[in-house]
Write a protein that binds this ligand. Structure first.
Ligand code: MGD
Ligand code: MGD
Ligand code: SF4
Ligand code: MO
Length: 754
């Protein structure tokens, strides 16, 4: 396939959309070297033609004049006091990076340098293959990412239950008889930690085939509209609901773990631990009726198969880890874990094949944070604490930040203080494509190639697929600057002291070598004992990332084992299959994939019994709590904080509105279209009111990712559709203590006419 862009360049290419977790196949028509049209690839083995409005906006993203093509360096301020950025060549940019890193290190030591890895890092191939090496080279413990404003509770629950933070059961929506979704809205988000392109169509199809869908959400979302039942729950109370459901099943003799009994430890202790959570108590806390809760429990128990699925609404709350654990407890006690139609483990093509090895106890808190004494979780600290670490004087204070594909000023709690913190740094380097609310604080911004100018393979999200899928996309267009993996490799070498002239190939080669070395040494690996040099000579790919991917695929569960199985998977086989390869439906994987010390699912290995006690002690506050609380929401034409610079996506009715239930609007004297002042403990914003019964009484909703009214950014369209930053309201003190995850939903607020 040609990747040249000449003026007679007319062709059609197929490509996986990198923008969200759905991994849709796109058909891109190129005319005269430009994108003429993007539509869903009907032959894609996974998405079968599905596309959302963001997918086709890759054309506008590619052409966006504000997207950086060359590095920019901050040089002083303009007449209005905003930072002034000038374009520089790559050599000059790397010199600035080297100089800043060395100065901060010499003056303040390695702990003064921190990193934030943003959401796209989970999607980008270069990030999957190279980021961890950069982070390690930077050396310090101050590591932050979007995980602690998102799914960290899921990793922690999995770590204790299954022995690995990435061992995540996926709802088998293709085969289930009952899907219960809590705090997830795939009709807007297109699914999360459940890779299922065309999620909306799949839900409609499920129901046509006789399955039932129940949505638990304080808002009557589009997903709820397409479900059999919507249960409007008081935000932040799902843990109580699920504990009561589990208790009801266990105490009424409705539990039936079936063949899981021999695979699970801790089942016998569950009834006593859950006994305090009666259906009556749960009704008072959640605002649901006793009948609704009992019926939900009985439906889950009696369904031939049931998949229970929670996402942002069950993770970004005060009991996020406990709620996530309870979701899996329910799967266990109803026999739905690891069976078709229940929740199953994907077997991705990049998985490392190992013989059953002894597991290690899952650990958090191997080291702790300086200011708030938080335990490390998955090697990270809570990003809600980042401003404290920057603004609190003392040894180990953060003086320099590296951000990769992240915009914490808009995405993380207490956005105003986050902005102050970034402004207070001695130095900052961003790898990003825009000068936005966060990167405007950088001394230098290093822009990677655009989405269509780099290869793509969703290493992370194929690990969470509802089927086992493998699909690779080469770049559509050539790119003049360094590739994204070259940027990360060079940055790694500079962080290691090799200076700005270091050759990125050194890193690429070392990573491939290290990967194959581990395989050769591991019993169970399909290439155990093989000759490394012989394999290295066979590795293919134009970039470092591509070569690492090739090595991963060929040594994975479906791999060609470097020539042993010519039909097996490799990069070149994927190049021959531009619509992807379907590796089949999910299979049962227990207990072979478990990495716990016992080799079983360990229900009580983590601090869950204690956390149930913590929940019990909060019940009194939660019953009849009638404070107004704030929740978020997503819209299909948005993507967190960064796609608002594309007119095609943002035009039309303003979307950054405060949704208020009519009863609350009456009480608070708010009318549709008026402006409301919303105040929380930490901040306030003024937002236009949308009176709608979509949101339940006692709850207001604002989307996140808006608030593009800062000076010094370079996102002309976004500043015209600025909206307000809901994370000015979210409170950094509110954290799920088990995971360090921020509470972004159920924030107490006061609302009045502005
Ligand atoms: N109140 C509230 N806050 C939330 C949430 C919520 O539900 N409510 N959701 C949270 C969640 S789940 C998440 S994941 C976070 C996301 O928050 P962040 O981690 O800040 O990620 P994004 O907002 O997606 O910003 C992505 C950044 O990557 C840059 N970028 C885009 N493409 C590329 C690329 O190819 N390479 C590089 N290097 N950079 C690129 C963009 O310019 C932008 O700066 O927000 C969280 N914040
Ligand atoms: N269009 C679009 N797609 C996206 C993104 C985007 O920004 N825009 N972001 C991507 C990212 S980073 C992620 S992590 C995923 C997230 O994917 P989802 O989790 O599906 O996304 P949300 O739309 O935030 O859905 C969360 C739902 O939880 C509800 N909720 C709030 N509080 C509670 C509660 O206490 N209990 C319950 N039961 N529900 C509650 C909210 O009303 C909301 O409907 O989406 C991804 N896809
Ligand atoms: S649903 Fe996600 S992957 Fe599919 S086209 Fe839209 S943004 Fe891209
Ligand atoms: Mo996310």
């Amino acid at each position: 396939m040609s990747t040249m862009t000449t003026n007679s360049d007319d062709r059609t290419v197929f490509r996986t959309c990198p923008l969200c977790e759905a991994t849709c196949g796109l058909e891109i028509s190129i005319h005269d070297g430009k994108v003429a049209r993007i539509r869903g690839d009907r032959d894609d083995v996974f998405s079968s033609g599905f596309i959302c409005p963001k997918g086709s906006s890759l054309k506008q993203l590619h052409e966006d004049p504000d997207r950086l093509r060359l590095p920019v360096v901050r040089r002083g301020i303009d007449t209005e006091g905003a930072p002034r950025f000038v374009e520089v060549g790559w050599d000059e940019a790397w010199e600035v990076v080297d100089e800043k890193l060395s100065t901060v290190r010499e003056t303040h030591g390695g702990e003064a340098i921190g990193v934030y890895l943003g959401n796209p890092a989970a999607h980008l191939l270069s990030a999957s293959t190279h980021l961890r090496h950069l982070v390690r080279a930077l050396g310090g413990h101050n590591r932050y990412s979007a995980s602690t404003v998102d799914q960290m509770p899921r990793h922690v629950a999995s770590g204790y239950l299954y022995g690995g933070g990435l061992l995540i059961p996926i709802p088998d929506i293709e085969r289930t008889d009952l899907l219960v979704m809590l705090g997830a809205n795939p009709f807007e988000s297109n699914g999360s930690i459940c890779t299922a392109p065309g999620f909306p169509d799949r839900i409609d199809a499920m129901r046509e085939n006789g399955a039932r869908v129940i949505v638990v959400d304080p808002r009557r979302t589009k997903t709820a509209d397409h479900a059999d039942q919507h249960i409007a729950i008081r935000p932040g109370t799902d843990a109580v609901l699920l504990a009561a459901v589990a208790n009801h099943l266990l105490s009424e003799g409705l539990a039936d773990p079936g063949s899981l009994v021999g695979l699970v430890e801790g089942l016998d202790e569950l009834p006593a631990l859950l006994a305090p959570f009666t259906v009556e108590l749960a009704a008072a806390v959640t605002t649901l009726s006793v009948d609704t809760i009992r019926t939900l429990a009985e439906e889950i128990a009696s369904a031939d198969s049931a998949a229970i699925y929670g996402r942002i609404g069950t993770c970004t709350v005060e009991f996020g880890t406990l709620t996530t654990w309870l979701i899996d407890v329910l799967a266990v006690v109803t026999g739905n874990l690891d069976r078709p139609g229940g929740s199953m483990f994907t077997l991705p093509a990049s998985e490392r094949v190992r013989s059953s090895e002894e597991g290690k106890a899952y650990q958090v808190g191997r080291y702790r944070s300086r200011v708030n004494d938080r335990p490390e979780v998955q090697g990270e600290f809570p990003v809600a604490d980042l401003p404290d670490e920057i603004l609190t004087d003392g040894e180990g204070q953060l003086k320099m930040m590296i951000t990769f594909a992240g915009n914490p000023v808009l995405s993380c709690p207490d956005g105003r203080r986050m902005d102050e913190a970034f402004a207070a740094l001695d130095a900052m380097v961003a790898v990003d494509i825009y000068i936005n609310e966060t990167t405007r604080h950088a001394d230098v911004i290093l822009p990677p190639p655009g989405s269509l100018e780099k290869s793509h393979y969703d290493i992370a999200f194929y690990s969470f697929g509802v089927r086992n899928i493998s699909n690779y996309s080469p770049p559509v267009f050539e790119h003049e600057g360094p590739t994204e993996d070259d940027i990360l490799a060079k940055f790694t070498l500079i962080a290691m002291g090799a200076g700005p002239d270091a050759d990125p190939d050194v890193v690429h080669d070392q990573v491939v070598h290290g990967l194959l070395e581990a395989e050769v040494r591991s019993t169970g690996s399909p290439v155990n004992g093989r000759d490394i040099d012989e394999m290295i000579a066979m590795v293919q790919g134009d970039t470092g990332s591509d070569r690492i991917l090739d090595a991963l695929l060929r040594t994975g569960p479906y791999g060609d084992r470097f020539g042993v199985d010519p039909d097996g998977l490799s990069l070149s086989k994927l190049l021959d299959n531009p619509h992807g390869i379907d590796l089949g439906p999910l299979d049962a994987r227990l207990p072979g994939n478990l990495r716990t010390p016992s080799g079983k699912v360990e229900l009580l290995a983590g601090p869950f019994a204690d956390d149930l006690k913590r929940l019990e002690s909060r019940l009194r506050d939660l019953i009849d709590d009638d404070r107004l609380v704030l929740v978020g929401r997503r819209h299909v034409r948005s993507n967190n904080s960064w796609m608002h610079n594309l007119e095609v996506l943002v035009k039309g009715k303003p979307r950054c509105t405060l949704q208020v239930n009519p009863a609350d609007a009456d009480r608070l004297r708010l009318s549709d279209g008026s402006e409301a002042l919303v105040r929380s403990r930490v901040g306030s914003v003024t937002a236009p009111v949308e009176v709608t019964d979509v949101v339940m009484a006692g709850v207001v909703s604002l989307p996140h990712g808006w608030g593009h009214d800062f000076s010094g950014t370079r996102m002309a369209v976004a500043s015209r559709y600025a909206g307000v930053n809901t994370n000015v309201l979210t409170d950094p003190v509110l954290i799920d203590p088990l995971s360090g995850n921020a509470v972004l939903n159920s924030i107490p607020v006061e609302v009045q006419p502005a």
